[in-house]
Design a protein around this ligand. Sequence first.
Ligand code: C5J
Length: 228
Amino acid sequence: MAIPAEPYAFELNPAAAALLIIDMQRDFLEPGGFGAMLGNDVGLLRRAVAPNQRLLAAWRAAGLAVIHTREGHRPDLADLPPAKLARGGGPTRIGDAGPMGRILVGGEAGHDIIPELRPLPGEPVIDKPGKGAFFATDLHAILRNRGIAQLVVTGVTTEVCVNTTVREANDRGYDCLVVADCCASYFPEFHEMGLRMIQAQGGIFGWVAPSEAVIAGLPASGLSKGAA
Ligand code: C5J
């Protein structure tokens, strides 16, 4: 099915496609989380919640593969590079105690995916220590083992973990379709530029489309049941 997209239509092969939802975590999206403690307006990120819910429901109804990611670190912070810990220079750091537990630490409430997009059993959750979902994770192996060649990518933030992951995926040979209204940033101008960078130069990193175009392009039901 050809999905209208920029810079040109994306040929979706449902049996070889996965929905990859990046870092829709409480620490980034909820008041009291890491993002908010850094002074960001989480309302800007929450704009992507309802579109993600609609796309996820349609994707699941079609029986296609879903993968979620979470950015975070071990409780002992052994996988946290000192440079990442120090970055920002402010008083609030990864591993510090916050209203939702230790910031960006696995097992803490803030590290979890928001309840609106809770993963179902059988949907892999990739825990990643970096911005890209391929760095220091088994995502590439999971995708290859399932015959996935196309990634429909959503999540936060557009210019950081979404863009980094799409670039990593592109270099590994995946075709990426980024869903514009299912991504968001604390900085609207970075969101716009992040999307433009992906589709520039004939789709140098991939394609961009709105969620309604993706939903309209999904098969009626159950094409690849068991693939997720
Ligand atoms: C950030 C992310 N922005 N998921 N993480 O630090 O984009």
